[in-house]
Write a protein that binds this ligand. Sequence first.
Ligand code: GLU
Length: 318
Amino acid sequence: MPVTAAPDLQAIVDRIAGEMAAREDRGKVADYIPGLARVDPRHFGIAVTTHDGKVHAAGDADIAFSIQSVSKVFALTIALGKVGDALWKRVGREPSGNAFNSIVQLEAEHGIPRNPFINAGAIVVSDVVLAGHEPKEAIGEILRFVRDLAGDDGIGIDDEVAKGEAETGFRNTALANYMRSFGNIDHPVDQVLGVYFHQCALAMTCRQLARAGRFLMHEGQHPDTGFNIVSPMRARRINALMMLCGHYDGSGEFAFRVGIPGKSGVGGGILCVVPGIASIAVWSPGLNERGNSTLGSLALERLAAATGWSIFNQREPG
Ligand code: GLU
């Protein structure tokens, strides 16, 4: 078993934030839309919520950023709640080894995306979330869900980012149309993408994001209400998907260096879950060549080393 919560987490996150502030190798901020391109690369934030309800934060932990693909975790949770394991007939559970927005595998695999965290898979998930709703209602459901998980009604959607996604989303449109040709998208493509682009545009702080991930460290239970968001088995499986598919085609490297289930987004955020111990969010907008936050990944590597929280750990840190 991994070790329990390290004694001085605040000192650890303060030290990590100090180290990150001094680093110059920050990677490159996503620039495909203005709402992301203008974010200052000097930001770094970290928030760690532990099983006992405490939050340890440092740096820019209270500045909202675009969570982008981290939202795929929450949308997947909603979709599983709606259709249960039937989802797995339409989306796979294997790492793709291709870029997050790749179309190549879809032809050979008959319109069934490899996993729910690549764009094609997330678009199928949006199609499931949309069922029985108008797009606005589906977007509202995702927003309410995330607010409820975090216990924070201050969370919103950045409309400018959503608009930018729609204006530049040619490849996502292609993916959706292609899957529709295989019968794997039920609703009009513009509506499905409307849901997808708005979920990507959720704006959250590290503190809010770490809180929203708590149910995944608590075996699927909402820590504030005690209600099951998902069953313990489903929480385990979502964590497994994050471990294997959460960092685009850099997932192996992240497991190797950090060893904690996590999902990253091109806004520079990463949500990590240490089952039974902690939910962690980091943010730094500069990305590495695989599209994952450069300093966010490094900070998590430092945190895992200092706490012994890699899920592959068998002993006390030392
Ligand atoms: N909105 C982005 C896209 O679909 C998501 C990018 C990401 O964070 O992976 O292109």
